[in-house]
Design a protein around this ligand. Structure first.
Ligand code: NAD
Length: 309
């Protein structure tokens, strides 16, 4: 357990994240911050009152300022506007960039040693904004998307194969968007290559459904977007860091030459531990996967260049 984890944004993703962090007792204190007066306070009080029933001792508090977040070990940024039906992630670009920039500046002043996990969309670009606003090294600014995209892919595969989700090993790389790259060559079920268990047509349909996984939920909900699986993804990263698990998870990381790319955030396999990013793990890709990763990087670079820092 660390001393303090702050979740910025007490909306659907933020509040669910705070609850999961507390239930796993990853921090002594969990602070939820939001600009809306009363929302973080009310939700935190409600969540704290579930502690005697669920049996956790993490104390959850809600606030509109950063005083209570001082010296956080981890800050999870979920602040922003959620995607609405028909809205692309990139439509959110400028509003959320302003929000993430102001949050980053506050974190820099109040928690200069924190590890930041960005969830706000468009994810890869918001990671860049957070890195620039905090001035933190790449080891301490990571983005959550690959864990979620991979979870969706694994869930669809388990459903199609009628097997346990636990036995499905997979990795979805690339930007968090329609250009994400599910790695078929690294998809297996208890070590058995997926191509031995499923025909190409079914697999292609699952890859397509994974790419549209977020939009499928938005279409059902009509207002708002997914938050149960996204919050679980952010907490899996936080848990790997808090417990120094050395897990290899697909995360958005700032690339410095890995996969032949430089100067952008992209979903790649990352080893996570107490210091944050320990290492970007480079794996061999097929020619098609390499090409797909490169075009995914292009789709990240374009909105990135539209951001004024
Ligand atoms: N990376 C991913 O895989 C992933 C998955 C799901 C959602 N998201 C993104 O996460 C973000 C949050 O989604 P949500 O469903 O919780 O939205 P939401 O609208 O329920 O919550 C967002 C919250 O942020 C707050 N906020 C706005 N400006 C703020 C600021 N300056 N400081 C603090 N709080 C502020 C709002 O008041 C609101 O409570 C969105 O950008 C969404 O697109 C990302």
């Amino acid at each position: 357990m660390v001393n303090k984890i702050t979740v910025v944004g007490a909306g659907n993703v933020g509040a669910t994240t705070a609850q999961r962090v507390a239930e796993k007792e990853l921090a002594r204190v969990v602070v939820m911050v939001d600009v809306v007066e009363g929302t973080p306070q009310g939700k935190a009080l409600d969540q704290w009152q579930s502690a005697p029933i669920e049996g956790y001792d993490s104390r959850i508090i809600g606030t509109n300022g950063y005083e209570e977040t001082k010296d956080s070990d981890i800050v999870i940024i979920t602040a922003g506007i959620a995607r609405r039906p028909g809205m692309s992630r990139d439509d959110l670009l400028n509003t959320n960039a302003g929000i993430v920039r102001s949050v980053g500046e506050q974190i820099k002043n109040t928690s200069p040693n924190a590890i930041v996990i960005v969830v706000s969309n468009p994810l890869d670009v918001m990671c860049y904004v957070a890195k620039e606003a905090t001035g933190f090294p790449r080891e301490r600014v990571l983005g959550m998307a690959g864990v979620l995209d991979t979870a969706r892919y694994r869930a669809f595969l388990a459903e199609a194969l009628d097997c346990s989700v636990r036995d499905i090993q997979a990795m979805v790389l690339g930007g968090h968007g329609d250009t994400m790259v599910p790695l078929i060559s690294y998809t297996s079920v208890s070590g058995i290559p997926i191509t031995q268990l499923m025909d190409k047509e079914t697999l292609d349909a699952i890859v397509l459904r994974t790419r549209g996984g977020g939009a499928e939920i938005v279409k059902h909900l009509k207002t708002g977007s997914a938050y149960y699986a996204p919050s679980a993804g952010a907490v899996q990263m936080a848990e790997a860091i808090v417990n120094d698990q050395r897990r290899i998870l697909p995360c958005a990381a700032w690339l410095e030459g890995e996969y032949g790319m430089n100067g952008l955030y992209l979903g790649v396999p990352c080893k996570l531990g107490r210091q944050g990013l320990i290492k970007v793990v480079e794996v061999e890709l097929t020619a098609d996967e390499k090409k797909a990763l490169e075009s995914s990087a292009e789709a990240v670079r374009e909105p990135m260049s539209a951001i004024k820092m």
